[in-house]
Write a new protein. Structure first.
Length: 397
């Protein structure tokens, strides 16, 4: 039965990690997968999460199935975190939120929901974007198109191209936006640009879908939600796929959420019924542990204060590594200016390295970077920075 099943190609990011693990070079460097690491190269368990788990362990929480939509306390906290505690949408109960297995699971729920309820819809995705975006919607049978995002000459947002594309997107389509810390470019719109984007979408009756995976890793927890909240203030209907993997350092627990902003409470109930139908036929209901950890942190004043501070430290470390990376490269006498790295936000940067240069870095120096040239700044380390920049300098000359 299985004899003729072919070998599938490796995932462009996770497959890179598999190759990295097999590399015997003790000096190898992995800048592919988006995981934060400390100065010792380890991904930390946050102190607030450690304390929350101690409390949960002592409370003997039942392991009975959660509802299809998941933990109600966590769901309410995620609504407040992304939209703001004073959001009109929360007071009028026009938001439906469901727990999801990470941001990826949230996106798949959205894809299945769209396919079942709007079978002819197209989802417009930024060029470039996280490679899995296209795969998720393709797997659900939802067609995708691309809109302009990156200007490779100026290493900046191609806002003119973005606006030009959005103004041609047909009414009734959806546009997938990165809420902050755009992956892979690290380039975000200004607040004024977000306002213009929101007004175009609202005027043309285009549904915004916001992938919100890095809240707190740009300029601040509240600051990173500013663009999303501008969209919410102008677009009555919107979908937000949020993740706690990065900002709570709970990668393996797969803690995410999908939120639907609706016209009113009645619509939210109807949309929620369809979302629950999708979830039931997929993973039935979400796991418990990671969601309980986040709910415990968000529901306790001291733990939440601790979390905000730990997110700040991770953000400052990433920004410090950006500066060190750019400055170290400059010190190698490279003609190419990498100063734009300092202006970008979040875990990733679009380095401008070609596929051939990326291949040479892997083959000659055991440095693993995605073929597009995207580098995970969050995976860099002060101890290996000089070697990394020496290797990059060698492939640029």
């Amino acid at each position: 039965m299985f004899e003729d099943v072919p070998l599938a190609p490796s995932d462009p990011i996770l497959g890179l990690t598999e190759a990295f693990k097999k590399d015997p070079n003790p000096a190898k460097i992995n800048l592919g997968v988006g995981v934060f690491t400390d100065s010792n190269g380890k991904t930390p368990l946050l102190n607030c999460a450690r304390e929350a788990e101690k409390r949960l362990a002592g409370s003997a929480v039942s392991r009975v199935y959660l509802p299809i939509e998941g933990d109600p306390i966590y769901r309410a906290q995620m609504q407040s975190l992304i939209l703001g505690a004073d959001s009109e949408a929360l007071f009028t109960k026009r938001v439906f939120t469901a727990c999801a297995p990470g941001g990826t699971g949230a996106l798949r729920v959205v894809a299945d929901f769209l396919k079942q309820n709007f079978p002819s819809i197209k989802v417009w995705i930024s060029n470039p974007t996280w490679p899995n975006h296209t795969q998720i919607f393709d797997a659900a049978g939802v067609r995708t198109e691309r809109y302009a995002w990156f200007d490779p000459i100026g290493n900046c947002l191609d806002f003119g191209g973005l606006v030009s594309t959005l103004e041609k997107v047909p009414s009734g389509n959806a546009v997938l936006l990165h809420g902050c810390c755009h992956n892979p470019t690290g380039i975000d719109p200004t607040l004024e640009q977000w306002t213009q984007i929101a007004e175009i979408l609202a005027a043309r009756n285009i549904l915004p879908i916001v992938d919100f995976a890095y809240q707190g890793f740009g300029t601040g927890i509240e600051e990173d939600a500013a663009g999303l909240r501008v969209l919410a203030s102008r677009c009555r209907n919107m979908i937000v796929c949020s993740s706690c993997s990065k900002n709570f350092s709970l990668y393996a627990d797969r803690v995410g959420a999908v939120s639907f902003l609706c016209d009113d409470e009645s619509m939210a109930q109807r949309i929620g019924s369809q979302v629950k139908r999708v979830i039931r036929a997929n993973y039935s209901n979400p796991p418990q542990h990671g969601f309980s950890v986040v709910a415990s942190i968000m529901g306790d004043k001291d733990l939440r204060t601790m979390w905000v501070d730990e997110v700040r430290l991770m953000r400052e470390r990433i920004n410090g590594l950006r500066a060190l990376f750019a400055d170290t490269l400059a010190g190698k006498g490279i003609k190419q200016d990498f100063g734009f790295i300092k202006r970008q936000l979040g875990m990733f940067s679009f380095s401008g390295l070609s596929k051939e240069q990326v291949d040479e870095l892997r083959e000659k120096h055991s440095i693993y970077i995605v073929a597009s040239g995207r580098v995970s700044v969050a995976g860099m380390n002060e101890k290996t920075m000089d070697r990394l920049c020496d290797a990059i300098a060698s492939v640029l000359r």
